[in-house]
Write a protein of this length. Structure first.
Lengths: 201, 201
């Protein structure tokens, strides 16, 4: 018994399994929970249990939701002909924060990554194909990360939906707003040049 | 509903109440828990509940313990006449790691800090006085942090136990092993000089 208590040791071990949290931080968090009012710890435990057991995935877009349809899919003001393919709900939150997009989403739940043992069958790709087959879609927007895995996932899905003859697009890559040219990396600056935008008169 | 799900929002809010964890990290942790096997999250929740509801404090030294007496107090090989006063169990672990101390501890559970509303009555000082009164003690060692609060706590306890006429000591302060003189702060170096150690022949 490293900490003189099996209960403490068990809690620390479980907290330390979370990503980015080591044993030392886990001990600090466990001691913090012991010092705060009892209800705070019990509420945290219940919230985690409730999250894991009761949360659903939206039947249409696979986003996390309390109901069968998520708030975005259930909103009649959204453009149903636009579908933006993202990796997880954090990307949905990031795009929603821009207020630039009024269509629907499709949350894959990850990206193809053979190194981590994640193949196409682990992602919500079948439901995406089903959705594209039955609904009237004007454009599919790929909003995946610009990494090896993101590109592989985009390539795989793009190939799978080729027969549907849909208009497909991907996020523009280039210099961030406010970036200075001299500090940009070559690949980003190169993309900024090759994807340059025509100015209107 | 910020995240499209009340369950997710509740879990994120509760996780974000932990010290050093913001909303963004809390969301990352919550999504991580959703991706891992269900048992992992339920085990974490149970461990937190068990920790908060079932853990005890050692009747003698106030350290966290599963039984009435902690492993250190229950160990007959420890020197019962030495008592080291520390702030919390992390300090016990740190001192135990040195293997230099074979006495017992007394865990205060914090330090006097009027700014945080922590007074002497919030700490395990009454039980310390009771303990010093009844047991045969050869020395009391103060191992509190060298801060305003630590010094205040040490001063308060030292004054309270004055009538017992016990030998009291405090941790040596000075340069850390391996430190170079030129990089030490003035106060630490000053303490190193005034508390210099006589060399034996």
């Amino acid at each position: 018994m490293e900490y003189g208590s099996k209960l403490l040791e068990k809690a620390v071990d479980h907290i330390a399994q979370l990503p980015g949290i080591g044993k030392r931080t886990a001990l600090r968090l466990a001691l913090h929970l012991l010092q705060r009012p009892e209800t705070q710890t019990l509420d945290l435990a219940d919230a985690l249990k409730g999250l894991r057991l009761d949360i659903k995935h939206c039947k249409q877009c696979n986003a996390l939701s309390d109901d069968d349809l998520c708030v975005i899919c259930a909103d009649p003001r959204r453009d149903e002909q636009l579908i933006c393919i993202v990796e997880d709900i954090r990307d949905v939150l990031a795009i929603e924060a821009t207020s630039e997009y009024k269509g629907l989403y499709h949350v894959l739940g990850g990206k193809i990554s053979p190194m981590d043992g994640i193949g196409p069958s682990d992602l919500a790709i079948v439901s995406l194909l089903e959705r594209l087959k039955t609904a009237t879609i004007s454009e599919v927007i790929f909003a995946l990360s610009a990494s090896m895995e993101g590109d592989t996932t985009q390539f795989y899905i793009h190939k799978s939906i080729k027969d549907f003859r849909l208009k497909c697009s991907t996020l523009a890559r280039g210099l961030a707003v406010g970036d200075e040219l001299q500090y940009a990396d070559e690949i980003t600056l190169g993309r900024s040049i090759s994807n340059r935008v025509l100015l209107s008169d």
